[in-house]
Design a protein around this ligand. Sequence first.
Ligand SMILES: *Cc1c(COP(=O)(O)O)cnc(C)c1O
Length: 458
Amino acid sequence: MISYPPEPFRIKTVETIRLLSPLEREEPIKKAGYNIFNLNSQDVYIDLLTDSGTGAMSDKQWAAIMQGDEAYAGARSFFHLKEAIDQIFGFKYFVPTHQGRAAENILCTLMVVSGCSIPNNTHFDTTQANILARGGIPQNLVIAEAVDPKNLHPFKGNMDIEKLEGFIQNQGPENIPFGMITITNNAIGGQPVSMENIRDVSAIYRRRKIPFFIDACRYAENAFFIKNREPEYADKTLLEIAKEIFSLADGATMSAKKDAIVNIGGFFAMNDETLFQRAKNELILREGFPTYGGLAGRDLDAIAVGLWEGLDESYLRYRVGQVAYLGNKLQELGVPIVEPPGGHAIYVDAGEMLPHIPKDSFPGQSLVVELYLEGCVRAVEIGSVAFARKDPKTGGMIYPDLELVRLAIPRRVYTQAHMDHVAKTMARIMDRREKIPGYRLTYASELLRHFTARFEPM
Ligand SMILES: *Cc1c(COP(=O)(O)O)cnc(C)c1O
Protein backbone atom coordinates (compact mmCIF):
# COMPACT_ATOMS: atom_id res chain seq x y z
CA MET A 1 0.00 0.00 0.00
CA ILE A 2 1.39 3.39 -1.00
CA SER A 3 1.24 5.96 1.81
CA TYR A 4 -0.08 9.51 1.39
CA PRO A 5 2.18 11.76 3.46
CA PRO A 6 1.16 15.38 4.06
CA GLU A 7 2.21 17.89 1.42
CA PRO A 8 5.96 18.65 1.64
CA PHE A 9 5.18 22.31 0.89
CA ARG A 10 2.90 25.04 2.12
CA ILE A 11 0.69 27.26 -0.01
CA LYS A 12 1.84 30.82 -0.71
CA THR A 13 -0.44 31.84 -3.59
CA VAL A 14 -4.05 30.81 -4.10
CA GLU A 15 -6.45 30.86 -7.04
CA THR A 16 -10.19 31.07 -6.36
CA ILE A 17 -12.35 28.27 -7.71
CA ARG A 18 -16.12 28.15 -7.44
CA LEU A 19 -18.43 25.22 -6.83
CA LEU A 20 -21.42 26.03 -9.02
CA SER A 21 -24.77 24.90 -7.63
CA PRO A 22 -26.26 21.79 -9.26
CA LEU A 23 -28.79 23.98 -11.08
CA GLU A 24 -26.06 26.32 -12.38
CA ARG A 25 -24.20 23.36 -13.92
CA GLU A 26 -27.02 22.31 -16.23
CA GLU A 27 -26.77 25.23 -18.64
CA PRO A 28 -22.98 25.11 -19.32
CA ILE A 29 -22.86 21.35 -19.96
CA LYS A 30 -25.89 21.51 -22.25
CA LYS A 31 -24.40 24.44 -24.16
CA ALA A 32 -21.15 22.44 -24.43
CA GLY A 33 -23.01 19.71 -26.32
CA TYR A 34 -22.25 17.48 -23.29
CA ASN A 35 -18.55 17.59 -24.26
CA ILE A 36 -16.32 18.74 -21.38
CA PHE A 37 -13.73 20.11 -23.85
CA ASN A 38 -16.31 22.82 -24.62
CA LEU A 39 -16.70 23.92 -20.98
CA ASN A 40 -15.18 27.18 -19.75
CA SER A 41 -12.74 26.40 -16.97
CA GLN A 42 -14.46 28.97 -14.71
CA ASP A 43 -17.51 26.70 -14.72
CA VAL A 44 -15.41 23.81 -13.34
CA TYR A 45 -14.63 23.31 -9.64
CA ILE A 46 -12.07 20.50 -9.74
CA ASP A 47 -10.36 20.12 -13.10
CA LEU A 48 -8.94 16.63 -13.66
CA LEU A 49 -8.92 16.89 -17.46
CA THR A 50 -5.12 16.56 -17.60
CA ASP A 51 -1.91 16.74 -15.55
CA SER A 52 -0.14 18.37 -18.51
CA GLY A 53 0.95 21.97 -17.95
CA THR A 54 -1.55 22.30 -15.08
CA GLY A 55 0.91 21.97 -12.18
CA ALA A 56 1.66 24.70 -9.62
CA MET A 57 5.12 26.22 -9.95
CA SER A 58 7.15 26.82 -6.79
CA ASP A 59 8.47 30.08 -5.35
CA LYS A 60 11.91 29.06 -6.67
CA GLN A 61 10.52 28.56 -10.19
CA TRP A 62 8.80 31.96 -10.13
CA ALA A 63 12.00 33.53 -8.84
CA ALA A 64 13.92 31.87 -11.68
CA ILE A 65 11.37 33.30 -14.13
CA MET A 66 12.24 36.81 -12.95
CA GLN A 67 15.89 36.09 -13.69
CA GLY A 68 15.27 34.73 -17.20
CA ASP A 69 17.71 35.97 -19.84
CA GLU A 70 15.81 36.90 -23.00
CA ALA A 71 18.85 37.27 -25.26
CA TYR A 72 18.20 35.78 -28.69
CA ALA A 73 21.42 33.74 -28.67
CA GLY A 74 23.54 32.26 -25.89
CA ALA A 75 21.17 33.22 -23.08
CA ARG A 76 22.17 32.41 -19.48
CA SER A 77 18.81 30.58 -19.14
CA PHE A 78 19.85 28.07 -21.79
CA PHE A 79 22.96 27.16 -19.82
CA HIS A 80 20.92 26.73 -16.63
CA LEU A 81 18.72 24.24 -18.46
CA LYS A 82 21.73 22.58 -20.04
CA GLU A 83 23.26 22.01 -16.62
CA ALA A 84 20.11 20.29 -15.30
CA ILE A 85 19.77 18.12 -18.42
CA ASP A 86 23.49 17.22 -18.32
CA GLN A 87 23.25 16.11 -14.71
CA ILE A 88 19.94 14.22 -14.83
CA PHE A 89 19.74 12.90 -18.39
CA GLY A 90 23.40 12.86 -19.36
CA PHE A 91 22.81 13.09 -23.13
CA LYS A 92 25.48 15.03 -25.02
CA TYR A 93 23.15 17.38 -26.91
CA PHE A 94 19.64 18.79 -26.68
CA VAL A 95 17.37 21.36 -28.26
CA PRO A 96 14.56 23.09 -26.31
CA THR A 97 11.08 22.85 -27.86
CA HIS A 98 7.75 24.46 -27.02
CA GLN A 99 6.31 21.14 -25.85
CA GLY A 100 6.71 17.37 -26.14
CA ARG A 101 5.04 16.93 -29.52
CA ALA A 102 7.42 19.46 -31.08
CA ALA A 103 10.33 17.26 -29.97
CA GLU A 104 8.51 14.26 -31.50
CA ASN A 105 7.93 16.23 -34.68
CA ILE A 106 11.67 16.90 -35.10
CA LEU A 107 12.59 13.29 -34.32
CA CYS A 108 10.01 11.99 -36.82
CA THR A 109 10.83 14.54 -39.52
CA LEU A 110 14.49 13.52 -39.39
CA MET A 111 14.15 9.76 -39.01
CA VAL A 112 10.76 8.39 -40.13
CA VAL A 113 10.54 7.30 -43.78
CA SER A 114 7.37 6.16 -45.52
CA GLY A 115 6.48 2.54 -44.73
CA CYS A 116 8.90 2.13 -41.81
CA SER A 117 7.80 0.82 -38.38
CA ILE A 118 8.38 2.35 -34.95
CA PRO A 119 7.93 0.01 -31.96
CA ASN A 120 7.05 1.26 -28.48
CA ASN A 121 5.47 -0.23 -25.35
CA THR A 122 2.46 2.03 -26.08
CA HIS A 123 2.70 5.14 -28.23
CA PHE A 124 1.11 8.23 -26.76
CA ASP A 125 -1.43 9.75 -29.18
CA THR A 126 0.81 12.67 -30.25
CA THR A 127 3.73 10.29 -30.91
CA GLN A 128 1.47 8.00 -32.90
CA ALA A 129 0.12 10.94 -34.91
CA ASN A 130 3.62 12.30 -35.65
CA ILE A 131 4.75 8.89 -36.95
CA LEU A 132 1.59 8.44 -39.05
CA ALA A 133 1.94 11.96 -40.45
CA ARG A 134 5.35 10.97 -41.92
CA GLY A 135 4.00 7.71 -43.39
CA GLY A 136 5.44 5.50 -40.63
CA ILE A 137 3.63 2.72 -38.82
CA PRO A 138 3.46 2.94 -35.01
CA GLN A 139 3.50 -0.47 -33.32
CA ASN A 140 2.47 -1.09 -29.67
CA LEU A 141 4.10 -4.10 -27.97
CA VAL A 142 3.07 -3.76 -24.32
CA ILE A 143 2.81 -6.88 -22.10
CA ALA A 144 -0.57 -8.68 -22.11
CA GLU A 145 -1.16 -7.87 -18.40
CA ALA A 146 -1.62 -4.21 -19.38
CA VAL A 147 -5.09 -4.72 -20.88
CA ASP A 148 -6.50 -6.53 -17.81
CA PRO A 149 -7.69 -3.80 -15.39
CA LYS A 150 -7.57 -6.18 -12.41
CA ASN A 151 -4.05 -7.49 -12.98
CA LEU A 152 -1.72 -6.20 -10.25
CA HIS A 153 1.58 -6.53 -12.16
CA PRO A 154 3.97 -3.99 -10.52
CA PHE A 155 5.33 -2.86 -13.91
CA LYS A 156 2.29 -3.07 -16.11
CA GLY A 157 3.82 -0.58 -18.58
CA ASN A 158 6.58 -3.00 -19.64
CA MET A 159 7.40 -3.89 -23.23
CA ASP A 160 6.75 -7.51 -24.20
CA ILE A 161 10.35 -8.57 -24.89
CA GLU A 162 9.48 -11.64 -26.96
CA LYS A 163 7.03 -9.67 -29.08
CA LEU A 164 9.68 -6.99 -29.65
CA GLU A 165 12.25 -9.57 -30.80
CA GLY A 166 9.69 -11.21 -33.10
CA PHE A 167 8.58 -7.85 -34.47
CA ILE A 168 12.14 -6.78 -35.34
CA GLN A 169 12.76 -10.18 -36.91
CA ASN A 170 9.61 -9.89 -39.06
CA GLN A 171 10.04 -6.28 -40.15
CA GLY A 172 13.81 -6.42 -40.53
CA PRO A 173 15.90 -4.03 -38.44
CA GLU A 174 16.67 -1.97 -41.57
CA ASN A 175 12.97 -0.98 -41.69
CA ILE A 176 13.00 0.29 -38.12
CA PRO A 177 14.79 3.70 -38.06
CA PHE A 178 14.42 3.94 -34.28
CA GLY A 179 12.66 2.28 -31.37
CA MET A 180 11.03 3.83 -28.31
CA ILE A 181 9.75 3.15 -24.81
CA THR A 182 7.37 5.45 -22.92
CA ILE A 183 7.92 5.97 -19.17
CA THR A 184 5.51 5.89 -17.44
CA ASN A 185 3.20 4.29 -20.00
CA ASN A 186 0.54 7.00 -20.14
CA ALA A 187 -1.86 5.47 -22.65
CA ILE A 188 -2.46 2.32 -20.57
CA GLY A 189 -2.96 4.06 -17.23
CA GLY A 190 0.30 5.79 -16.25
CA GLN A 191 1.82 2.41 -15.43
CA PRO A 192 5.57 2.20 -14.79
CA VAL A 193 8.28 0.32 -16.69
CA SER A 194 10.94 -1.59 -14.73
CA MET A 195 14.68 -0.94 -15.04
CA GLU A 196 15.09 -4.59 -15.98
CA ASN A 197 12.68 -4.09 -18.88
CA ILE A 198 14.36 -0.88 -20.06
CA ARG A 199 17.71 -2.70 -19.90
CA ASP A 200 16.37 -5.65 -21.94
CA VAL A 201 14.75 -3.35 -24.51
CA SER A 202 17.99 -1.37 -24.80
CA ALA A 203 20.02 -4.57 -25.31
CA ILE A 204 17.71 -5.71 -28.12
CA TYR A 205 17.74 -2.35 -29.90
CA ARG A 206 21.56 -2.12 -29.53
CA ARG A 207 22.14 -5.65 -30.80
CA ARG A 208 20.04 -4.80 -33.87
CA LYS A 209 21.69 -1.36 -34.21
CA ILE A 210 18.35 0.44 -33.83
CA PRO A 211 18.66 3.88 -32.18
CA PHE A 212 16.69 3.96 -28.91
CA PHE A 213 14.69 7.01 -27.78
CA ILE A 214 12.82 7.28 -24.50
CA ASP A 215 9.55 9.21 -24.25
CA ALA A 216 10.58 10.64 -20.88
CA CYS A 217 7.56 12.80 -19.91
CA ARG A 218 7.04 11.06 -16.54
CA TYR A 219 10.54 9.65 -16.00
CA ALA A 220 10.65 10.91 -12.37
CA GLU A 221 7.40 9.18 -11.38
CA ASN A 222 8.75 6.08 -13.15
CA ALA A 223 12.04 6.30 -11.22
CA PHE A 224 10.05 6.51 -7.97
CA PHE A 225 8.17 3.29 -8.84
CA ILE A 226 11.48 1.57 -9.69
CA LYS A 227 12.92 2.53 -6.29
CA ASN A 228 9.81 1.23 -4.49
CA ARG A 229 9.07 -1.90 -6.49
CA GLU A 230 12.38 -3.18 -7.85
CA PRO A 231 14.34 -4.48 -4.82
CA GLU A 232 17.87 -3.87 -6.14
CA TYR A 233 17.04 -0.14 -6.49
CA ALA A 234 15.62 0.38 -2.98
CA ASP A 235 18.80 2.08 -1.74
CA LYS A 236 19.56 4.10 -4.87
CA THR A 237 18.72 7.78 -5.15
CA LEU A 238 16.19 8.85 -7.74
CA LEU A 239 18.96 10.76 -9.52
CA GLU A 240 21.04 7.58 -9.76
CA ILE A 241 18.03 5.70 -11.11
CA ALA A 242 17.24 8.42 -13.67
CA LYS A 243 20.86 8.51 -14.85
CA GLU A 244 20.91 4.74 -15.24
CA ILE A 245 17.66 4.81 -17.27
CA PHE A 246 18.99 7.39 -19.72
CA SER A 247 22.43 5.76 -19.96
CA LEU A 248 20.60 2.87 -21.68
CA ALA A 249 19.23 5.07 -24.51
CA ASP A 250 20.50 7.19 -27.39
CA GLY A 251 18.16 10.09 -26.70
CA ALA A 252 14.82 11.24 -25.32
CA THR A 253 11.79 13.37 -26.11
CA MET A 254 10.37 15.25 -23.16
CA SER A 255 7.27 17.27 -22.38
CA ALA A 256 8.35 19.47 -19.48
CA LYS A 257 4.63 20.06 -18.79
CA LYS A 258 4.64 16.77 -16.89
CA ASP A 259 7.54 15.92 -14.56
CA ALA A 260 9.34 19.27 -14.90
CA ILE A 261 6.21 20.95 -13.39
CA VAL A 262 6.01 23.90 -15.80
CA ASN A 263 3.08 25.25 -17.78
CA ILE A 264 4.84 25.04 -21.15
CA GLY A 265 8.04 23.52 -22.56
CA GLY A 266 9.90 20.44 -23.67
CA PHE A 267 13.13 19.24 -25.27
CA PHE A 268 14.70 16.69 -27.57
CA ALA A 269 17.98 15.21 -26.29
CA MET A 270 20.44 12.92 -28.09
CA ASN A 271 24.02 11.63 -28.21
CA ASP A 272 24.53 11.53 -31.99
CA GLU A 273 26.31 14.64 -33.23
CA THR A 274 25.05 14.43 -36.83
CA LEU A 275 21.49 14.04 -35.62
CA PHE A 276 22.00 17.07 -33.38
CA GLN A 277 23.21 19.18 -36.34
CA ARG A 278 20.13 18.21 -38.32
CA ALA A 279 17.84 18.74 -35.30
CA LYS A 280 19.21 22.27 -34.91
CA ASN A 281 18.42 23.06 -38.56
CA GLU A 282 14.92 21.69 -38.18
CA LEU A 283 14.49 23.60 -34.92
CA ILE A 284 15.50 26.89 -36.54
CA LEU A 285 12.93 26.30 -39.25
CA ARG A 286 10.02 25.46 -36.95
CA GLU A 287 10.69 26.48 -33.35
CA GLY A 288 13.51 29.00 -32.98
CA PHE A 289 17.23 29.46 -32.47
CA PRO A 290 18.90 26.46 -30.73
CA THR A 291 19.46 28.26 -27.42
CA TYR A 292 15.77 29.03 -26.88
CA GLY A 293 13.73 26.66 -29.07
CA GLY A 294 10.08 27.64 -29.01
CA LEU A 295 10.32 29.20 -25.57
CA ALA A 296 11.17 32.40 -23.73
CA GLY A 297 14.40 32.45 -21.73
CA ARG A 298 12.40 32.56 -18.50
CA ASP A 299 10.62 29.31 -19.46
CA LEU A 300 13.99 27.56 -19.76
CA ASP A 301 14.88 28.72 -16.25
CA ALA A 302 11.57 27.44 -14.85
CA ILE A 303 12.21 24.03 -16.45
CA ALA A 304 15.78 23.92 -15.09
CA VAL A 305 14.47 24.36 -11.53
CA GLY A 306 11.37 22.16 -12.09
CA LEU A 307 13.41 19.19 -13.32
CA TRP A 308 15.06 18.98 -9.89
CA GLU A 309 11.83 19.58 -7.95
CA GLY A 310 10.05 16.88 -9.96
CA LEU A 311 12.74 14.38 -8.99
CA ASP A 312 12.59 15.16 -5.26
CA GLU A 313 11.72 12.04 -3.31
CA SER A 314 9.50 13.63 -0.65
CA TYR A 315 7.53 15.39 -3.38
CA LEU A 316 7.11 12.13 -5.34
CA ARG A 317 6.02 10.21 -2.26
CA TYR A 318 3.26 12.79 -1.76
CA ARG A 319 2.45 12.89 -5.48
CA VAL A 320 2.14 9.16 -6.08
CA GLY A 321 0.52 8.81 -2.64
CA GLN A 322 -2.20 11.32 -3.51
CA VAL A 323 -3.08 9.48 -6.72
CA ALA A 324 -3.22 6.16 -4.83
CA TYR A 325 -5.35 7.79 -2.10
CA LEU A 326 -8.03 8.73 -4.61
CA GLY A 327 -7.80 5.28 -6.19
CA ASN A 328 -8.21 3.52 -2.83
CA LYS A 329 -11.18 5.73 -1.88
CA LEU A 330 -12.94 4.84 -5.12
CA GLN A 331 -12.22 1.14 -4.64
CA GLU A 332 -13.72 1.28 -1.13
CA LEU A 333 -16.90 2.58 -2.77
CA GLY A 334 -16.90 -0.37 -5.16
CA VAL A 335 -15.96 1.78 -8.17
CA PRO A 336 -14.05 -0.40 -10.66
CA ILE A 337 -10.67 1.18 -11.54
CA VAL A 338 -7.54 0.17 -13.42
CA GLU A 339 -5.33 -1.43 -10.76
CA PRO A 340 -2.85 -0.73 -9.35
CA PRO A 341 -3.17 3.10 -9.44
CA GLY A 342 -0.62 4.65 -11.83
CA GLY A 343 1.61 7.67 -11.36
CA HIS A 344 -0.51 10.58 -12.51
CA ALA A 345 -4.15 9.52 -12.83
CA ILE A 346 -6.91 7.14 -11.82
CA TYR A 347 -8.74 5.38 -14.65
CA VAL A 348 -12.32 4.35 -13.88
CA ASP A 349 -13.72 1.37 -15.78
CA ALA A 350 -16.99 2.98 -16.88
CA GLY A 351 -17.93 -0.04 -18.99
CA GLU A 352 -18.04 -2.19 -15.87
CA MET A 353 -19.61 0.53 -13.70
CA LEU A 354 -22.46 1.21 -16.16
CA PRO A 355 -23.12 -2.20 -17.75
CA HIS A 356 -26.60 -1.16 -18.95
CA ILE A 357 -25.05 1.33 -21.41
CA PRO A 358 -23.73 -0.36 -24.58
CA LYS A 359 -20.44 0.76 -26.16
CA ASP A 360 -22.21 2.63 -28.96
CA SER A 361 -23.99 4.74 -26.32
CA PHE A 362 -20.68 5.69 -24.67
CA PRO A 363 -20.66 4.69 -20.96
CA GLY A 364 -17.46 6.71 -20.40
CA GLN A 365 -19.09 9.83 -21.80
CA SER A 366 -22.10 9.26 -19.51
CA LEU A 367 -19.87 9.07 -16.45
CA VAL A 368 -17.94 12.21 -17.47
CA VAL A 369 -21.20 14.18 -17.78
CA GLU A 370 -22.44 12.85 -14.41
CA LEU A 371 -19.17 13.84 -12.68
CA TYR A 372 -19.79 17.39 -13.85
CA LEU A 373 -23.51 17.49 -13.03
CA GLU A 374 -23.06 15.83 -9.64
CA GLY A 375 -19.84 17.47 -8.40
CA CYS A 376 -18.67 20.13 -10.88
CA VAL A 377 -15.66 17.84 -11.58
CA ARG A 378 -14.10 17.66 -15.06
CA ALA A 379 -12.68 14.29 -16.19
CA VAL A 380 -12.08 12.90 -19.68
CA GLU A 381 -13.39 9.91 -21.62
CA ILE A 382 -10.78 7.43 -22.88
CA GLY A 383 -13.04 4.92 -24.57
CA SER A 384 -15.22 4.62 -27.64
CA VAL A 385 -15.68 8.36 -28.12
CA ALA A 386 -11.90 8.78 -28.37
CA PHE A 387 -10.91 5.50 -30.01
CA ALA A 388 -13.76 3.71 -31.84
CA ARG A 389 -13.20 3.77 -35.59
CA LYS A 390 -14.81 2.39 -38.75
CA ASP A 391 -13.35 -0.82 -40.13
CA PRO A 392 -12.38 0.17 -43.71
CA LYS A 393 -13.14 -3.39 -44.95
CA THR A 394 -16.48 -4.24 -43.34
CA GLY A 395 -17.77 -0.72 -42.58
CA GLY A 396 -18.59 -1.91 -39.04
CA MET A 397 -17.23 -0.24 -35.94
CA ILE A 398 -14.07 -1.37 -34.12
CA TYR A 399 -14.36 -0.59 -30.39
CA PRO A 400 -11.51 -0.30 -27.87
CA ASP A 401 -11.22 -3.04 -25.20
CA LEU A 402 -12.02 -0.73 -22.31
CA GLU A 403 -14.41 2.18 -21.71
CA LEU A 404 -12.31 4.30 -19.34
CA VAL A 405 -12.68 7.68 -17.68
CA ARG A 406 -9.42 9.34 -16.66
CA LEU A 407 -9.11 11.46 -13.51
CA ALA A 408 -5.69 13.10 -14.02
CA ILE A 409 -4.25 14.85 -10.98
CA PRO A 410 -2.41 18.15 -11.58
CA ARG A 411 0.88 18.45 -9.62
CA ARG A 412 0.84 20.34 -6.28
CA VAL A 413 -2.59 21.86 -7.05
CA TYR A 414 -5.35 20.05 -5.14
CA THR A 415 -5.54 18.94 -1.51
CA GLN A 416 -6.88 15.83 0.21
CA ALA A 417 -10.21 17.62 0.77
CA HIS A 418 -10.48 18.08 -3.00
CA MET A 419 -9.83 14.36 -3.51
CA ASP A 420 -12.54 13.62 -0.94
CA HIS A 421 -14.96 15.81 -2.88
CA VAL A 422 -14.25 13.77 -6.03
CA ALA A 423 -14.79 10.51 -4.11
CA LYS A 424 -18.06 11.77 -2.59
CA THR A 425 -19.25 12.83 -6.02
CA MET A 426 -18.51 9.36 -7.32
CA ALA A 427 -20.33 7.78 -4.33
CA ARG A 428 -23.51 9.69 -5.18
CA ILE A 429 -23.24 8.63 -8.81
CA MET A 430 -22.76 4.99 -7.75
CA ASP A 431 -26.03 5.16 -5.77
CA ARG A 432 -28.10 6.01 -8.82
CA ARG A 433 -26.00 4.46 -11.54
CA GLU A 434 -28.76 2.25 -13.05
CA LYS A 435 -30.67 5.41 -14.04
CA ILE A 436 -27.82 7.14 -15.88
CA PRO A 437 -28.55 7.58 -19.60
CA GLY A 438 -26.30 6.81 -22.57
CA TYR A 439 -25.43 9.44 -25.17
CA ARG A 440 -25.78 9.75 -28.92
CA LEU A 441 -23.48 11.78 -31.17
CA THR A 442 -25.02 14.78 -32.91
CA TYR A 443 -21.72 15.91 -34.46
CA ALA A 444 -18.40 14.10 -34.98
CA SER A 445 -15.30 15.06 -37.00
CA GLU A 446 -13.33 12.52 -39.03
CA LEU A 447 -10.12 12.57 -36.91
CA LEU A 448 -9.59 13.04 -33.14
CA ARG A 449 -13.34 13.49 -32.80
CA HIS A 450 -13.39 13.57 -28.99
CA PHE A 451 -12.13 17.18 -28.94
CA THR A 452 -15.04 18.62 -30.91
CA ALA A 453 -17.86 16.04 -30.79
CA ARG A 454 -21.36 17.05 -29.61
CA PHE A 455 -23.87 14.77 -27.90
CA GLU A 456 -27.39 14.50 -26.56
CA PRO A 457 -28.64 12.23 -23.76
CA MET A 458 -30.78 9.23 -24.79
C1 LIG B 1 1.95 14.73 -22.93
C2 LIG B 1 2.71 13.65 -23.58
C3 LIG B 1 3.34 13.85 -24.81
C4 LIG B 1 3.21 15.12 -25.62
O1 LIG B 1 3.60 16.24 -24.92
P1 LIG B 1 2.93 17.68 -25.18
O2 LIG B 1 3.76 18.58 -24.31
O3 LIG B 1 1.50 17.60 -24.77
O4 LIG B 1 3.08 18.00 -26.62
C5 LIG B 1 4.07 12.79 -25.32
N1 LIG B 1 4.16 11.62 -24.68
C6 LIG B 1 3.56 11.39 -23.50
C7 LIG B 1 3.70 10.07 -22.82
C8 LIG B 1 2.80 12.40 -22.91
O5 LIG B 1 2.19 12.16 -21.75
